[in-house]
Design a protein around this ligand. Structure first.
Ligand code: HAM
Length: 412
């Protein structure tokens, strides 16, 4: 709701201002898709097994509210076959049936990018650096970038086998939750934060020992590209992430001021097999999504990216019947000046109260005398100074007082 929503929108504008100059165009995927599109996220992932809002529509089709954007973007690519590299960005809601708590919601928003059709580690660097630049543009300083490689499909499979053997041998010491996870998805056992699992997790084999030479050199190029751009990062070979489609590069942005289990403000990686899985040609892909809700919580925690000034420039107080306010607001808005007014022919006192509440810097006051004389009184609501000006000079007078329309120097 306003005024918070203005901060929300400002965040999306900052995101657009970072990614559009890098050649990304806006994509607006549907809120819901055929369930099959999202089953590609992996039948061993929580997102698919527990968290999907899926249902049957009136035509008997199984559909699901999108739990994320990547799969829908890839489906659109397969359907429309745009030229590659296809660089797109998005902003919108996602739905996951999770245990709702601070920073974890059943409807949450993301901004993100996806690039389809390029198998170059330097693109991974470009993509990660854009997210980094975005956080910096918000003023966030305590976000850490964590990177890892999950290797190619075969590397990942051999690593999963190694983990299954490792945790299987220590099954007795694992928590019941970790044992259940091991059955479904051995990679996710690495995510266990339970003290009981800590020793087994610490002793687990490393992904790095299972990377093919190609995957290894891809990862080295990513890490060295990040260093070239001066993007600080930590390599964590336990970073596995919650979606199954990742191949090679994976990364996450962690906000250290937020509560442990909800401190990932964004994440992404490569998903080279996903387009093929959805029936398209073999097409590499890489991207990220950043949680808007959590990113704003991180901004609150760091005291950055405050609410933009929500007020209008001018509030018109009209005690002559209201018609003059109709004309003046219309005229000022046509010139690009934000303006509001009171209704229902309220008293002067009541209208001045509304003017104060509106956050406007200036009240333009007109009564019957001013209407007859073709003037208006301009009152600075901060200093209470008043000047009477001709109606025809009003816009120029406001420019002098408030700065030209759209001026970023507009007083806060
Ligand atoms: P994800 O890690 O599932 O990745 O979500 C990305 C971000 O969305 C998280 O880091 C978090 O900030 C936010 N998020 C996720 N679930 C919730 C929730 N229940 N409540 C609030 N915020 C949440 C993806 O969604 C992938 N599609 C990212 C990607 C794009 N990979 C490649 N391209």
């Amino acid at each position: 709701m306003p005024p918070d929503s203005s901060r929300w929108r400002a965040l999306t504008s900052v995101f657009a201002s970072v990614v559009e100059p890098a050649g990304f165009g806006l994509v607006v995927p549907p809120m819901f898709e055929d369930l099959g599109v999202f089953l590609r996220l992996g039948d061993a992932t929580d997102v698919v097994t527990k968290e999907m809002y899926d249902f049957e529509d009136k035509g008997g089709r199984r559909v699901a509210l999108r739990p994320e954007h990547t799969a829908g973007v890839c489906r659109a690519f397969v359907q429309h076959r745009p030229a590659t590299p296809w660089k797109v960005w998005y902003s919108g809601s996602n739905f996951r049936y999770e245990k709702a708590q601070a920073g974890r919601y059943r409807q949450f928003d993301q901004v993100g990018v996806e690039v389809l059709g390029v198998d170059d580690p330097l693109l991974d660097v470009e993509v990660i650096a854009l997210a980094w630049k975005f956080y910096a543009a918000l003023g966030l300083r305590e976000v850490e970038l964590v990177v890892n490689s999950l290797g190619d499909e075969d590397d990942r499979a051999s690593y999963v086998d190694a983990l299954r053997r490792h945790f299987g041998a220590r099954n007795d010491e694992l928590s019941p939750e970790a044992r259940a996870t091991l059955e479904r998805n051995p990679l996710r056992v690495l995510d266990s934060k339970r003290p009981q699992d800590a020793a087994a997790v610490a002793a687990a084999p490393s992904m790095r020992d299972h990377l093919s030479p190609d995957a290894k050199s891809h990862f080295e190029a990513v890490v060295s590209g990040l260093a070239t751009l001066g993007v600080p990062h930590r390599i964590d070979d336990r970073l596995v992430r919650g979606l199954d489609y990742y191949r090679r590069t994976t990364f996450e942005f962690v906000a250290h001021r937020l509560e442990g289990s909800q401190n990932a403000v964004g994440g992404g990686g490569r998903y080279d097999g996903l387009v093929e899985d959805l029936g398209g040609p073999s097409t590499p892909g890489v991207g990220f999504a950043l949680g808007i809700d959590r990113t704003l919580l991180a901004c609150d925690a760091e005291g950055c990216f405050p609410l933009p000034n929500p007020g209008v420039d001018v509030f018109v107080v009209d005690t002559s019947g209201g018609g003059t306010a109709l004309e003046i607001t219309h005229e000022l808005r046509s010139l690009g000046r934000s303006a509001d007014r009171a209704w229902e022919q309220r008293s002067m006192k009541s209208q001045m109260k509304s003017a104060d509440r509106s956050g406007a810097k200036v009240a333009v006051i007109v009564g019957s005398d001013e209407v007859a004389a073709g003037t208006c009184t301009v009152r600075n609501l901060g200093t209470s100074e008043q000047t009477t000006v001709a109606r025809s000079d009003l816009a120029a007078h406001l420019d002098a007082l408030l700065g030209p329309v759209g001026d970023a120097r507009r007083p806060a």
